[in-house]
Design a binder for this molecule. Sequence first.
Ligand code: MRU
Length: 356
Amino acid sequence: MTDFDTIRPVHWADDHLALLDQRLLPGETRWLRCDSADAVADAIRAMVVRGAPAIGIAAAFGAVLAAREAVAAAPTDWRGHLRVALERLEGARPTAVNLRWALQRQSARLEGDPPDPASVLLAEAEAIATEDLAANRRMGELGAALITKPGGVLTHCNTGSLATAGYGTALGVIRSGWAAGCITRVFADETRPWLQGARLTAWELLQDGIPVELLADGAAPALLRTGAVSWVIVGADRVTANGDVANKIGTYALAIAARHHDVGFMVVAPRSTVDMATPDGDAITIETRDADELLSLGGQRVAAPGAGAWNPVFDVTPAALVDALVTEQGVVHSPDAGRMATAFGGDAPRAMPDAP
Ligand code: MRU
C-alpha cells in the first residue's frame, strides 16, 4: 500500500464476505461476517458498509454468495433463485447507482451457461474491486492537479477508503494533494445526522497520518468566507446525464456557499457512479431514512419528545454549481448535458471536452 492509504473495508474470505462494521467506528474495529446474500443486503441497508462504490463492491460479492446458494438449492434451475436474491440486494439502498451497476455487471457475466456461476461472479467481483482502487488512484492524481495554489480544502461525508475499495474518491484527491503538498489543511463537515465526517473521515485520515479539523455542517459558509479553503471536494452517489450530482445531504448547501464565496466545487466519482440513463437529478430516487437517525444520537433521544423529522439522506446539486467533475477517464469542467454526452456518451472512454 502507498503512503496515507492503509484501510480496506471489504474483505472476501473464500466462504464468506467480511465487512468492517462502520456503525461502530471509531470506538470499535469489528468485522461483520456475511454468509449469505441476504446478510449482505441487510448489512448494506443497515450501513455496516456504505459509500456508493463500497456498496457496489459488497453487492458484487453478495452475488457470489447468492449464486452458491442458488446452485445448492436448485442445481438445474439456479437462475430463478439467483434473480430473487439479486433483486433483494439491489433493493437494499436506492440512491447510489453503483449498487445497480455492479449487479448488472454480474448478471451480464452469467450470459451463456457457465458451469460454475459462483466462480465466474467471484472473478468479476474481484475485478470490480481492483478497478475501483485503480480508478481512485487515477482520480487522486487528476483532482490534485486542479489545486494550483497550496491551501485548505473542505470535504463532506466520508468518501475515503471506507467508502470504496480503498484510497477513496474525494478523499483520494485529498490523500494525493496532501502527499504532493498542495493541500495544507483538511476541513471535514461532521455530516449530520449519521456523522460520517466526524466518525469515519476523521478516523481514517488520522489513521493515515493526515490531520483533520472538524466543523459543524452549518459552519461551512463561515469557513469559506475566511478564505482558508480554495476547493470544496465531495464524492457522489449518482451523476446524471446533465451533470446533476446526488450526494450526502448538505452537499447542495455547500455548493451554493462555495459559489457565493468564489471557492471551487469539485465532484470526484468513478465512471461507475455516472448514470447516463437518468436524465437529471429530479429523476433520482432520494433515500429517506428512519426519523430516529435524526432525533437520536448514539441511541439516546436528543430531540424534544413528540417532534417529528424529515430525514432525506441525499440531495441533488445542480450541474451549474459544479466547477469540475473528476472521473478516472478525465476531468469534465463545468459539466452540462453536452459535455457529459461528449465524455460519457458511449461505453468506451472518450476524449474529455475542453474547459469552457
Ligand atoms: O449514506 P452514505 O454514507 O452511504 O453516503 C455516502 C455518500 O454520500 C458519499 O459521499 C458517496 O457515496 C461517495 S463515496 C465515495
